[in-house]
Ligand binder design. Structure first.
Ligand SMILES: [Zn+2]
Length: 280
């Protein structure tokens, strides 16, 4: 039954796609003078598609680097992980603990609420984990309405404040030290939201290596990206998608980097340099 329905659907779609082509063919045969307006109509859609981009706020995705060790064969790298929503990825968490790898974890209020066990693991290893603010509800910290990767932004300064403050309040309520860093959902901001978040007392955490492409990349490409981190790099990846292949690559890359003699540091332990006035 399912297959039959699919076939019907495809058949129906073919008919829909065929119809304009047939119509265009018959029009061009009937009257050649109709062609220029048709061409103009064909050229119009890209203009329409670009219009919202021009109208929307200018977004930045700031870069963050840390002070390099400057010693050959002794690269210093900050691993940062976002816990947006969903669960905890034990493939990554267990490697961090077994190998005693320090890392900075950005948590949302939403993630904290559903992962009390993982939170306890973080809190029981204060020498390894620095916990920082990833917002209250994983809403992009942009103060004008815009959709980013299909997620609606906060849309106003008040909503940005709520997202940032709500995340921090939930952390403190959960027994975590007050955060000093903020990283918004999607890691994108507009200039005025950056100013606002800085005025609230936070540094804004960009990154320099996108490790897992929002946890959507395959295991081997993720491993390769993260394992290529150089002296002074800040790696972003995700620790909240245990069913995604990317997490397997993240776990392997951590071991790869350790084998190369990399020194792992947390953001609170080193000098930092962020673009777009995110830290200076
Ligand atoms: Zn996130």
């Amino acid at each position: 039954m399912q297959r039959l329905n699919n076939e019907r659907l495809h058949f129906g779609m073919n008919r829909i796609f065929l119809a304009p082509a047939l119509l265009a063919a018959s029009v061009s045969v009937a009257a050649a003078t109709v062609l220029p307006p048709q061409d103009a109509a064909v050229a119009a859609p890209p203009k329409v598609a670009q219009a919202p981009k021009v109208a929307g706020p200018k977004l930045v995705e700031p870069r963050l680097r840390i002070g390099a060790s400057g010693i050959k064969g002794h690269a210093r790298v900050a691993l940062t992980f976002d816990a947006c929503m969903g669960k905890a990825d034990d493939r990554i968490l267990s490697v961090l603990i077994r190998e005693r790898i320090p890392a900075t974890i950005f948590v949302t209020a939403r993630w904290l609420k559903h992962n009390p066990q993982a939170l306890q693991v973080f809190l029981q290893n204060p020498d390894l984990f620095e916990l920082e603010n990833h917002g209250q509800n994983h809403i992009p910290a942009v103060d004008k309405p815009v959709s980013i990767y299909g997620i609606a932004s906060a849309g106003s300064p008040e909503a940005v404040r709520q997202e940032v403050q709500g995340g921090a309040d939930a952390m403190v309520a959960a027994g975590i030290a007050a955060p000093h860093w903020f990283r918004g959902s999607t890691a994108k901001y507009d200039r005025s939201s950056i100013v606002q978040i800085r005025e609230m007392g936070y540094r804004i955490a960009g990154y320099s290596v996108n490790g897992d492409g929002g946890s959507l990349l395959g295991a081997s490409v993720t491993e390769k990206r993260i394992a290529s981190a150089k002296d002074g790099d800040v790696v972003i990846s995700h620790i909240n998608q245990p069913t995604h292949a990317a997490g397997e690559g993240v776990a392997k890359a951590i071991v790869d980097l350790k084998a190369k003699g990399v020194e792992f540091v947390r953001l609170q332990d080193v000098e930092d340099m962020g673009d777009d006035q995110t830290t200076q």
